[in-house]
Design a protein around this ligand. Structure first.
Ligand SMILES: Nc1ncnc2c1ncn2[C@@H]1O[C@H](COP(=O)(O)OP(=O)(O)OP(=O)(O)O)[C@@H](O)[C@H]1O
Ligand SMILES: CC(C)(CO)[C@@H](O)C(=O)[O-]
Ligand code: BAL
Length: 285
């Protein structure tokens, strides 16, 4: 596996690979790799001839009071895991090379990026779509893989790709969970044992509302109240949002149907966890 830090060198290398007719799979991440990331890489490996991973903690998607400085970073360990998983090229640029002085262009997906996490993290998705657009231009992948854990991010990226006629197939991959059901996330490392236990209320509430929905309760407000009760019982939980939305439009639904997804964001002390699930699909965790 080759590690490239320099933006221009990386772009030249990717152009050369494409000219050789390689089919390119791309997985963008912020690093501190876990099995969720590796599942994207494993799928990507089978989808192309060249597997490219980016690790870049993108400053423009963090708010001024968010965790950019403390975000976990472990490039050496990540590189070892990536190499074992079959990554061909790891791109790990510096922030000032990605955003040289004078950078003035952003990409914004209106509508879809405004509710849910967009409402509690103003500007977050503009940072995501801008950096993903830049990465897509550098890599020019055939296929790019994203996790469904970041459900709104996936919807926003699909919309950007469609609206801007990008010739890229976007694959959304299932959420990988710890054995006890907690969705894997780099930010889980912030949690004390006690907060981690409290964090399990996300999957507990998902299980409970999915059971009710499958048993016939289709009223979204009732199901949201049920989830809220389970999570609010945790002493350190501060609910950011619990919503039941249509999977493509992300509009709130009043009645549950096969498009209905429950989306949750909850702070446990300073750590913000997100999770989601299709209400009428079985919970495997
Ligand atoms: N548990 C998971 N299962 C499947 N995909 C995941 C999981 N966690 C993250 N991903 C995906 O990996 C990609 C990179 O995500 P990122 O590097 O932000 O990791 P993360 O663990 O989600 O970190 P964070 O704690 O910042 O949310 C995204 O497409 C994200 O959806
Ligand atoms: C897509 C992404 C790599 C853009 O920085 C990030 O938002 C992430 O890791 O999900
Ligand atoms: N996984 C999404 C990146 C973020 O929370 O900033």
């Amino acid at each position: 596996m080759e590690i490239i830090h320099d933006v221009q060198a990386f772009q030249q290398r990717m152009l050369a690979e494409r000219q050789q007719g390689k089919k390119i799979s791309f997985v963008p991440t912020m690093g501190f790799l876990h099995q969720g990331h590796l599942s994207l890489l494993e799928e990507g490996r089978g989808r192309g001839d060249l597997l490219v991973l980016s690790i870049f903690v993108n400053p423009t998607q963090f708010g001024p009071n968010e965790d950019f400085d403390s975000y976990p970073r472990a490039l050496q360990r990540d590189a070892e895991l990536a190499a074992k998983t079959g990554v061909d090229i790891l791109f790990a640029p510096e922030a000032d090379a990605m955003y040289p002085q004078g950078s003035a262009t952003t990409v914004q997906v209106t509508g879809l990026s405004e509710g849910l996490c967009g409402a509690s993290r103003p500007g977050h998705f503009d940072g995501v779509t801008t950096v993903v657009n830049k990465l897509f231009n550098l890599v020019q992948p055939h296929v790019a893989l994203f996790g469904m854990k970041d459900f709104q991010q996936l919807a926003v990226i699909r919309k950007m790709v469609s609206d801007l006629n990008m010739p890229i197939t976007i694959l959304g991959m299932p959420i990988v969970r710890e054995p006890d059901g907690l969705a894997m996330s780099s930010r889980n490392t912030y949690l004390s044992d006690d907060l981690r236990r409290q964090g399990l209320s996300l999957i507990a509430s998902i299980r409970s509302v999915c059971e009710s929905a499958v048993a016939g309760q289709r009223d979204a407000a009732t199901l949201i109240a049920q989830a809220r009760d389970i999570i609010s019982a945790q002493p350190d939980a501060r609910i950011d949002y619990i919503q039941i939305c249509h999977d493509e439009t992300l509009q709130d639904l009043e009645q549950v149907d096969e498009h209905a997804v429950i989306l949750l964001a909850v702070r446990f002390s300073t750590t913000r966890l997100i999770d989601n699930h299709y209400l009428l699909q079985p919970v495997r965790a």
